[in-house]
Design a binder for this molecule. Sequence first.
Ligand code: NAD
Length: 491
Amino acid sequence: PVALTAAALPVIRGASVPAYDRAAVRPGIVHFGVGGFHRAHQAVYVDRLLAAGAGAAGWGICGVGLRPADAAMRDALVPQDGLYTLTLKHPDGAVETSVVGAIVDYLYAPDDPEAVVERLAAPETRIVSLTITEGGYNFSATTGDFDTENPDVRHDLEANGAPRTVFGYVTEALRRRRARGVPAFTVMSCDNIEGNGHVARRTFTAFARLADPGLAAWIEGTVRFPNSMVDRITPATPDALRAEVAARAGVDDRWPVVAEPYTQWVLEDDFGAGRPHFEDVGVQVVDDVAPYELMKLRLLNAGHQALGHFARLLGYEFVHDAAADPDVRTLLRRYMQDEGRPTLRPVPGIDVDDYIDTLLERFSNPAIADTVARLCQDASDRIPKWLVPVITARLDDGAAAPLVAAVVAAWTRGCEGTDDAGAPIVLNDRHAPDLAERASRSRSEPLAFVAVPDLFGDLAHRPGFTEPYLAALASLRERGARATLRALLAG
Ligand code: NAD
C-alpha cells in the first residue's frame, strides 16, 4: 500500500480521489472538533462542492483541535496533507472507499494558540463550524444555564494567556474582527442537539457577556447561529479498519473513517457572511429545521426505543439481528406509521414513506454492528424525551398509542433484570437502582413504575395510556415478549 499524501493521489487505484486542484483551495470554514463525524459528514459535502467547481475554492476547511486527545488527529492529518479515507459500508455488504480532500489545513491549538485566533480573525474565514459533542457547549442539562464553574471557562474569562475553550477562541477572534472592521463569521453547530443553533447562540453569548458586555451586544446583533439537523451513523474507527483499507484500497491511512452510506443534512438558511451552495450537493437548506428534527426524534430515535426494549427481552445482542426478526420489524414499522408519524408536522421535500423504509434498511445494516444494549442505555433520559411526547400528542388528539404503551411496558419488564430466557439484563442508566425498585414494586402496585411525573408527566392518570400499558405488562410477565408482540400486532 502507498502512504496517503497529496503526492500519492495519482497512483491510488483502490479508492476514488479528489480530482480538483487542492492547491487552489482556500479555507473559508474553520472547524472545531475534527472527529469521525465531521470527516464522514460536513467534510464530504464540502469535498463534493470542491469537486463540482463553480466558485467553491474559497470554502475549504481548516480543522482545529483543542483537546489533548486531538494531538493524535494532528499526527494523522498533517503528514497526510489533510487527506484521509472514508469507507462506506452498505447493508448488502458492498463497500466503497474514497479519499476526501476538503480539509486543507489542521491546527492543533496548544501548539500555537495565536495562529488559531488569527486564522479565525482572518477576513477569508466566513464560517466557524462545530462538532464538539454535547459536553462542548458547557450547559447544565437540568437548568440549561451556561456553567461558569468549569475551570477552563474560568481561565478563559480571566483572559490571562492563551484560551483553552472554544468560547475563549471564538470570542477573542470576534473581538479582533470587530476592532478591525471585519464582518463577523457565522457560527454553524453540527452537533446532535435539539435546536443546536439556539444552544450555540445561548452559550457563546453567555460567555461573551461575562467576558466583555460591549462585545456581547455586538455578537448578539451580528453573529448568526443557524440550526441544523445532521444524520449519518459514524462509529468510532475500529482497530481493524486501517489494515482493511490498506488491503482493499491499497492506501496506508493513519486514521481512516467508516460510516453508513445514508447521509442527511438539513440546514437553516441563516448566514451572515455568505455560505457555499450547499443545496447543490444534497443539503436541504430550509427556513425552519424544527419539523425535520421532530421527524428524526419521533421516527429514528423513538424507533430505536421501540426496537430496543422488546429486542432485549427477546435476547438479541445486535440491532441488525433484531431488525431482521419479522415480529420486531412489524412492530417498528407499525409504530412509525401508525403512532409516530401522525404526530409530525409537514416536512417539505421529504417523502415520509421513503424515510421510514430507509430507517428499516439502516437499522438492518450489519456493518454498523450497533448493539441493543446501547439503544437501551440511559432509557430514563430517552423515553421521556422521545416516546412520552408521542403518547401525549396521540391522547391529546383523541387517538390511541397501544404500541408505545407496550414499549414502555417492555422497558418496565426489562428493568426487573432478566430477559425472557432468564439471562441477566444489566441496566446502564443513572437511575438504575430506582428503576429496578419501581419495576419490582409494580408487581404489587401496578402503576409504580410510571407514577413518576418527572419521567412520565401525568400519564399514570390517563386511562388511554394505563389500560394498554397494564395489559401489555401483564402479558409480558405471563406469556413473554414474543407472544405479547404477536397478539399486539394481530390486533
Ligand atoms: P469524536 O469523538 O470522533 O470527535 C469529537 C471531537 O470533539 C474531538 O475532536 C474532540 O476533541 C472534540 N471535543 C470534545 N469535547 C470538546 C470540548 N469540550 N471542546 C472542544 N472540542 C471538544 O466524535 P464524533 O463521532 O465525531 O461525534 C462528534 C459529535 O458529532 C457528536 O457528539 C454529535 O453531536 C455529532 N454527531 C455524531 C454522529 C455519529 O454517528 N458519530 C452522528 C450525528 C451527529
